[in-house]
Design a protein. Structure first.
Length: 202
């Protein structure tokens, strides 16, 4: 079970958790609004999307859950961007036998929401659906969360390369030695920056 909470409530909720695996217990992953809490160097959901989920929550049987539309949207987002190929959903060409737990749950949530997915269910079509609903993640979030784990998500990132932000880093003279250069380049690579080039000023 995944639980999204406000940042200010994260520590208090974590104190309620236990590592005791006795009968009746089950695993829960707790994610803050703007902190990654260990999730792939980025937040579980992009910040603005996470805010929408929390602000539109509804109370059912004493528990807050996403609203009906956000429940569908967040599950589609989870399927496309968290699970990617692991969902078993075809990326481009619909599978005639494309029936699995993710497809079935998407169709179930669709019936209780005010939204409709008009195209056949593929990962690409689901990504388009999210984009039409203003639920597509920012490119920096997508690059960080998809790095090295999904060919499909990498392809989406590449297709939106025109939207990439450019960053310029200036190192002062005290950093002018090979060890620091290598350390900086390693850090940039680990943070999924694509190095265009660098130049040493006179």
């Amino acid at each position: 079970m995944d639980i999204l909470v406000r940042d200010e409530d994260y520590e208090e909720i974590m104190q309620l958790m236990t590592n005791d695996k006795t009968n009746g217990s089950f695993k829960m992953d707790i994610y803050g609004l703007s902190t990654n809490n260990g999730y792939k160097k980025t937040t579980y959901f992009p910040y603005e999307i996470a805010k929408r989920i929390l602000s539109s929550r509804i109370l059912i049987n004493g528990l807050y859950v996403p609203s009906k539309n956000e429940c569908l949207l967040s599950f589609v987002f989870h399927t496309v961007f968290h699970k990617a190929e692991k969902s078993g959903i075809a990326s481009e060409i619909p599978d005639a036998n494309n029936e699995n737990k993710y497809v079935n749950e998407i169709r179930r949530l669709e019936t209780i929401s005010n939204l409709r997915i008009s195209l056949p269910i593929t990962s690409s079509n689901l990504a388009t659906f999210l984009q039409l609903q203003n639920w597509f993640p920012p490119i920096d979030w997508l690059r960080k969360s998809s790095a090295g784990r999904s060919m499909f998500l990498t392809a989406i990132s590449a297709s939106k390369s025109g939207a990439f932000c450019r960053s310029i880093f200036v190192l002062r003279s005290c950093a002018n030695n090979p060890k620091i250069h290598n350390s900086v380049l390693t850090t940039l690579n680990n943070e999924n920056f694509k190095l265009v080039g660098y130049h040493i000023l006179d």
